[in-house]
Structure formats: C-alpha cells, structure tokens
Design a protein around this ligand. Sequence first.
Ligand SMILES: Nc1ncnc2c1ncn2[C@@H]1O[C@H](COP(=O)(O)OP(=O)(O)OP(=O)(O)O)[C@@H](O)[C@H]1O
Ligand SMILES: [Mg+2]
Length: 331
Amino acid sequence: MSLLSIRNLQTEFRGPAGIARAVDGVSFDVNPGEIFGIVGESGCGKSATCRSILRLFAGATARIVGGEVILDGSGDLAAMREADLARVRGRDVAFIFQDPLTALNPTMRIGKQVAEIIRRHRQVSRSAARAAALELLRDVHIPSPERRLDAYPHELSGGLRQRVVIAMALALAPRLIIADEPTTALDVTVQDQILRLLKERRDRNGTSIIFITHDLGVVSQVCDRMAVMYAGRVVETGTVRDVLDRPSHPYTRALLDALPGQGGRDRDLVPIEGSPPGLIAPPPGCRFAPRCPFAGPACTQGMAPPLHPRPGATADHLDACILTEVPHAPA
Ligand SMILES: Nc1ncnc2c1ncn2[C@@H]1O[C@H](COP(=O)(O)OP(=O)(O)OP(=O)(O)O)[C@@H](O)[C@H]1O
Ligand SMILES: [Mg+2]
C-alpha cells in the first residue's frame, strides 16, 4: 500500500498572459519508508507538484483543477477543506523549503520556533515543548544545542539554519517529508551532511521523503525511486537503478548524456538543444518531441502520451514515449 498516491494531478497558475497548466496529469506513488526523487529542468513543475500536495501556494493564482492526492489514512488531500488540510500540514506531511530563511521567523529565538510547532498541534506545557525542541536540535546534530535554543536565526550559519528547519519538519514526527531542493543554497560538505541527516531519519523512523533536486548524483546517492518531469508531466518513473541505469525515455537519456564524465568516462557536457515549450499552450503530442532526436510524425499528434511499462521492463518502470525502440544517443 502506498503512503501517497498522486493521480492525474492538474494545477494551474493564472497570469496576465493566460492560464499555465504547470502540473498536467502527474501521477506517482510514494511507498512507506521510501525516498522518492523528482528531477527535471527548471520550470518543469517540480515545486508546483509538491506544493499542490499541501496546497502551499505562494500567492492566490494557483489552483488544483483535477486529480487526486491520496494520503493513506487521510483520504484525498486535494478535496479536503482548508481547515482539515491545515491539520495534516506538519503533523502528517511536512515541507522543507529551499531557502531556510523564508521558513524561519527572524525575530524569534529558534528554540521557541521549534517549540511553538509542537504546542500548536499538541497539548503540552511550555517546558515540555522546550525540552522536546532541545531533543530535536540534538537529533539534527546541532552542536551545543542548549546554547542554540536561545539563538536567533541570523546568528546561525546557513547549514545550521537548514538543520533547524529540518528539526521543525521532524517536530511532529510526520510520515512524509517533502524537501524542495533543501541543499542547493548550501556548500557541498553541508549538503552532504543534510542528505545524511534525512537518510538517517528514514532509516530510524521509516519516514518517507520526497526529494526534489537538479542533481542526478544526489538522486543516485539517496533516492530509492524517482520521477523525471518535463513540461508539467512525468515522462519516466521507476526505481533509481532502472531509470538511471536503463533509461528508456529520450529526455531521461538526454539528461544523462548531458552529465560530464558519466560512467567514469571523460565526456564533454552535451547540453540539450532548444528549450521546453510554454505551459500556456503546449504543442500537441509529446512535449519533448520538438527537442527529441528520435521523434517521428506520430510524436507530434494528439494527446500527450501517458506513462506505460515497456515490454521486458520491470513492472514499475514506466515511461511516456510512444516509440518502441529508443536508440541511445551517440556518446
Ligand atoms: N506563482 C506563479 N505564478 C505563475 N506561474 C508560476 C508560478 N509559480 C510557478 N509558475 C510556473 O509554473 C511552472 C512550474 O514552476 P515550478 O516552480 O513548479 O518549476 P520547478 O520545476 O520547481 O523549477 P525550479 O527547478 O526552477 O525550481 C513554471 O513554468 C513557472 O513559470
Ligand atoms: Mg522548484
């Protein structure tokens, strides 16, 4: 049984130029205790997909217009009243944003910020909440946590701030954590520590994690299963080993071929030519077809192709390419 099952999710942004369908028929499942990676070029809808899960949209122009977000035991979050969804946020599903500063209140000591999350959802005394906050700072390996409780966010480094944000996400022991590029603003060693921290939490508590990143190396290092998104849709999904070692969609292949020195070979970066289509009036057929070296006439007609398994592939390895044989791009 999946912990989270997203079915045919559609989310629109209303703007002066028209309505952009940033999420257009996205489906995937996240299993209990699994780290699920979402990758794809900037603007493909990774954040919009994940914000749709909790309806955490910045601004009022975003709207879910179709599909389901089934959280095991809670029902369809997409159909839930705002007041009920507010209880799910933090308690069952927590969100970690890219920039820790936007998630922290600059005028409040960090111990109090962590404690307040606990007090908002649970009937506990001020001192018990403070003790729990201290424990959480310890859990995320913040050095001298007793001293840090009374610090303000600006007194901490970026890495420590992101640890505080993670402590806040862990505060109510959620079953699912959504981490939207939680390490991109951090230097490489700190990135590594944060990744280890999230993995540790999964290993110890069986917490599921959705991990959005641009970095295929990170996906290969920490994720179990993954989805590759392109222009508002999932074009390939499966285990990380299937998708990265046996990619079947031309877009996934192009992404992998664009990696420098992949597979131990010294290869020059191969940028993918062209740019993704606009989301206000996307072209018919496969949205990657205009950039795809293998596209034929059938690729640019009709509906965008749905995800399907390929003959001989693992049952949960799906892609959305209609070509039966996709040759590897020349190395
Ligand atoms: N508040 C908004 N108003 C209008 N359009 C938006 C808004 N937020 C996002 N979009 C559009 O929705 C699409 C998906 O954006 P989203 O932020 O989900 O991309 P992303 O995959 O997370 O990209 P990145 O890797 O840069 O974070 C983009 O084309 C973007 O222009
Ligand atoms: Mg994003």
